[in-house]
Ligand binder design. Structure first.
Ligand code: IPE
Ligand code: IPE
Ligand code: MG
Length: 248
């Protein structure tokens, strides 16, 4: 039996994969444990996924780690998630550097405690010139907030005369988003059997291929990533055209 990895056509890899890492709480509940144990166990899946994507040669990997809506969770869970974030960044920085990974963060940083933003700023600066995988962590992120904020800043620039309103178009709008340095994802994976987007990258996924996996995030391994990529490679991306036009 061919290894899953060998079934991937590396000449047609998605350049950018985005993942909604969901199911930590249910994974823990299935084991009679606290939700926080599920979050801790999800770190192995993060490590495997980052390593797997990097080894394949994927250029961008965006991981949805904490949504703006997640601020409504119990305070105890929020605090555990924040401290897990810092301890993971601390323990993984060396590996990121060794593997030539560049770290970026997208989200509403104003809501985050200072000790987190300081740590993130430090690691993004250290890894700034790395040329391998770009790992983007979506933290305190919400797509509607991102879009509304872009609209606000465009309005400010029109009022101040920096730009002319006739110049506003899709390309320019994208330049005001947090993802302006990153191409749109070709593949979006959501784990845990939920079929929704939960306010993630709404603008950027206009033509993204969606892959839903029943696997709960802490169980996600390289083979699950390979499965999603293999499925993606079987699809015909038509962007509004007909199949005949694509296969000319
Ligand atoms: C995803 O797992 C992690 C975060 C949203 C931070 P959940 O915590 O949402 O797990 P479930 O959905 O309750 O199983
Ligand atoms: C989405 O998961 C956010 C992250 C994975 C960080 P949620 O578990 O918060 O999503 P909903 O609220 O169930 O849709
Ligand atoms: Mg969830």
């Amino acid at each position: 039996m061919t290894e899953l990895k060998d079934q991937i056509d590396t000449s047609r890899l998605p350049c950018h994969i985005a993942i909604i890492m969901d199911g930590n709480g249910r994974w823990a509940r299935e084991r009679g444990s606290h939700r926080i144990f599920g979050h801790q166990s999800g770190i192995t899946a993060v490590r495997e996924t980052v390593e797997g994507a990097g080894e394949l040669g994927v250029k961008y990997l965006t991981l949805y780690a904490f949504s703006k809506e997640n601020w409504c969770r119990p305070q105890e869970e929020i605090e555990a998630l924040m401290s897990l974030m810092v301890s993971t960044i601390n323990s993984e920085t060396e590996t990121l550097i060794k593997n030539n990974v560049r770290l970026l963060v997208i989200g509403d940083m104003h809501n985050l405690p200072d000790y987190i933003t300081a740590k993130l700023a430090e690691v993004t600066a250290i890894t700034r010139n790395n040329s391998g995988l770009t790992l983007i962590i979506a933290l305190s992120y919400g797509a509607r907030w991102e879009i509304a904020d872009a609209a606000k800043r465009i309005a400010e620039d029109v009022v101040s005369g920096k730009i002319d309103k006739s110049k506003i178009n899709e390309t320019m709008f994208s330049e005001y988003l947090l993802t302006r340095f990153v191409p749109d994802p070709e593949l979006l994976i959501r784990t845990s059997g939920e079929y929704r987007i939960s306010n993630f990258l709404l603008w950027q996924i206009a033509y993204t291929e969606l892959f839903f996996s029943d696997t709960l995030w802490p169980d996600f391994r390289k083979n699950h990533l390979y499965e999603a990529i293999i499925d993606y490679q079987k699809r015909e991306r038509r962007f509004g055209k007909t199949s005949e036009q694509i296969n000319l």
